[in-house]
Design a protein. Structure first.
Length: 470
């Protein structure tokens, strides 16, 4: 998808950029550098390995930060392990590894959680020390602002240490710690936003992406958050059908159960404390998805939900640890969680992402190899239905990240056609001269009146996908 756009664009198009106008200048520089090191579609695998090994290097730091926040609570002994297990098996992590366009996440997410750990460490003692806090704020700015120029949603990981502090029953002065943490959280966002706006005065002929304009509509965005991002976080590692009624029913029951268990936990006469507890959890959830709530677009992709997924997991896992005291039940439940998370992650990556797209790419390469010749001047590209691969391989498609054909997206036909011609001929100039026209369906193509003669390569992606033998 985006990799095809970048693979061709960075090499062949002068002045090509993809992220600068979205406020991700550092991502642009990193991606440009890495994509210029590869020359073929197969080379994208090295980009994914870069992300994977980056995450493996960062994972011990995540574990150490989580463990430090809960080490004084005996019942939380295995919480760091299961949190890190969920971290590397949830769909957001898989997208960060499988999609080269998101390879920077391990840097920005880890920088953000480290900033949170540094700030909360300055607030931990009963005796507040302003000097220590200011040094921590400076560190948060140095880590957070560059992280935001990699990916805006990553800054939500700053909240993870604070949420762990909040659910730790042995911690005191929670209100003060959370309030001061919130000040730093918004201060870093403000600093980034100012620099982001000013940067366009220094960038030549690069306008701000309209998708990034502030959009303030609390009621619509709250309804979106409850209906899509939060609902999808309760699926954990399971990729169900996007419009699954079963998932919606389960989500409603999960929310009601968490609310009921919270009120039972606080007991009679403490309903106000229970409501405050639930309100704080909701605030953490909303703040963990803040960038998506400040723009008009409503698109709950897996890549935007990393911090929200972790917070929802921690809420549910901590609640289970509170109510389940039988050691045997805890051991059986832990084993079941490990098996479920690992099985789902492997299935999501292998069957939901890798297998369908590898097959589609191989089929396209074979088609071009068999039908392209030096007389071809134009490619007529017919895009497949969005669920074509999902139906072919009997998997659920999720947003634009799992089970969706690369050839479906409107920005793919042009660069992918040229890249395939280049890899066949070794002649980038010849590939650049190829004309590419596209249609959303075979019906649209037939109604267009276009004719395919000896100078036209007709690429009907639905037929190509249908010919794949799973």
């Amino acid at each position: 998808m985006d990799e095809a756009f970048q693979l061709w664009g960075y090499r062949a198009i002068s002045g090509f950029y993809m992220f600068i106008d979205e406020g991700r200048y550092l991502t642009e520089e990193l991606q440009r550098w890495l994509f210029n090191m590869i020359d073929t579609i197969h080379g994208v695998i090295y980009m994914r390995l870069f992300s994977f090994f980056g995450w493996m290097l960062c994972l011990p730091l995540w574990y150490a930060i989580i463990k430090k926040e809960v080490a004084n609570v005996p019942k939380f002994k295995y919480l760091p392990f299961f949190t890190c297990l969920y971290l590397i098996t949830n769909p957001s992590f898989l997208v960060a590894v499988q999609w080269a366009t998101c390879l920077q996440f391990f840097i920005s997410d880890t920088a953000s959680v480290l900033a949170g750990a540094i700030v909360i460490n300055s607030l931990r003692s009963d005796d507040f020390k302003p000097r220590k806090f200011l040094w921590a704020v400076a560190a948060a700015l140095l880590l957070g602002v560059p992280g935001l120029f990699l990916y805006q949603g990553s800054w939500a990981c700053f909240l993870i240490p604070f949420f762990l502090y909040f659910i730790n029953p042995l911690n005191l002065n929670k209100n003060k710690v959370l309030l001061r943490g919130a000040i730093v959280f918004f201060a870093v966002y403000t600093a980034y936003f100012i620099i982001y706006k000013l940067s366009f005065y220094f960038l030549d002929n690069i306008p701000e992406d309209p998708r990034n304009k502030l959009y303030i509509n609390p009621f619509i965005k709250l309804a979106f958050f409850l209906a899509r991002p939060l609902e999808r976080s309760f699926r954990f590692t399971l990729l169900t059908e996007e419009r699954s009624i079963i998932s919606l029913v389960y989500y409603a029951l999960a929310l009601l159960s968490l609310a009921a268990l919270t009120f039972k936990r606080f007991g009679k006469g403490k309903q106000k404390q229970a409501i405050i507890h639930l309100a704080i959890i909701m605030c953490f959830g909303l703040l963990s998805y803040l960038p998506g709530l400040l723009i008009e677009e409503n698109y709950a992709s897996n890549r935007t939900q990393f911090a929200l997924n972790l917070i929802v997991f921690l809420v549910c896992f901590e609640m289970a640890l509170y109510y389940i005291t039988n050691k045997l039940v805890l051991q059986a439940g832990g084993a079941a969680i490990i098996l479920f998370f690992v099985f789902c992650a492997r299935f999501n990556f292998q069957q939901g992402f890798a297998r369908p797209l590898v097959a589609e790419t191989a089929a396209l390469k074979n088609y071009f190899r068999e039908h392209y010749n030096k007389n071809i001047q134009t490619v007529h590209w017919i895009r497949p239905p969005e669920d074509e691969l999902a139906r072919k391989f009997h998997v659920n498609f999720s947003m634009d990240e799992f089970g969706v054909p690369n050839s479906f997206f409107v920005w793919v036909p042009d660069p992918l056609s040229r890249q395939l011609v280049y890899e066949l001929t070794g002649d980038r100039q010849a590939a650049y001269k190829i004309g590419v026209k596209q249609w959303a369906s075979k019906e649209d193509y037939l109604h267009s009146g276009e004719k395919a003669d000896s100078t036209v390569l007709l690429v009907d992606n639905k037929e190509i996908i249908d010919s794949i033998k799973p």
